[in-house]
Ligand binder design. Sequence first.
Ligand SMILES: C[S@@+](CC[C@H](N)C(=O)[O-])C[C@H]1O[C@@H](n2cnc3c(N)ncnc32)[C@H](O)[C@@H]1O
Length: 280
Amino acid sequence: MKERIARIPVLKQVYKQWYQHKFANDCYGCFWGVFETFEEAIRAAPATKTIGYNCPELARAYQREIEAHTSSAADLGTANQALMRSFDYPVLYWIAHIRQVTPLDSIEFFDFGGNLGIHFLSYANYLDLPSSLRWIVCDLPEIVKLGTSQNKDSRLTFTTDFQLASGSDIFLASGSLQYDEADIALKINSLDRKPKHLLINRLGLYDGRKIVTLQNGGKVFYPQYIFNRSEFIQSLQLIGYELIDRWEDNVDKCYIPFHPEVNVHCYHGFYFKLNTGVKA
Ligand SMILES: C[S@@+](CC[C@H](N)C(=O)[O-])C[C@H]1O[C@@H](n2cnc3c(N)ncnc32)[C@H](O)[C@@H]1O
């Protein structure tokens, strides 16, 4: 229906104005525009919200979300399981597989965009994480500030320093690489020691050219990439990683009105392993 309206010029204009107004306000999760750069997307953003994840109010909203999930499930004895979502299970499967060859007590996780420790909290329930394990969440300053102030678990630490990914065993990035303007392959390649395993989840990719779009995130707008699938995979293969597995995330998707060429029905997850012989 929306596509049919978009073919009639007058209706297209009316629909565009209506959508732009909606996008500027309460259209949580909606996308707007195709841009070349983050800067261009930010310039095109409505003035109704601030830009980006580095926002104290957003950090507090994440905290309330975690509390709501865990308290509603607490009486069933499943508090942290309630934080698991369908797209988390392939990652859990591969962590369980990796622990068969590398005991978890010597594993260091680097969780890029790990928010307030949501993956640590949810996976801990399934993996029986030992006290000697190190789980580093790397996120933006406001998230790191709140995460650190509330953290009571010595296995979990928060940082803004990407260099701490150097030498980690498992580099996890769930729904986060697309929000970082920098190229992840270049960032990983610049580390002294590359992570051995990359578990990348909730990523928007398709067969067209890499673009930037803008999303309404409720309290803020965020610019983000939709990657070209083969370019993204090759960028990691070129720095020494082998693609072991990929899976669909059928929760996240990207439909950008007036840009039918960027229609991403589902997001994807990947497991890459560092080739033997490449310096870890
Ligand atoms: C969509 S949330 C995903 C949170 C969580 N990993 C998950 O899968 O539910 C994106 C996360 O990436 C973080 N993020 C965005 N840009 C980042 C950057 N440049 N460096 C580190 N973290 C970033 C955000 O603060 C947020 O915690």
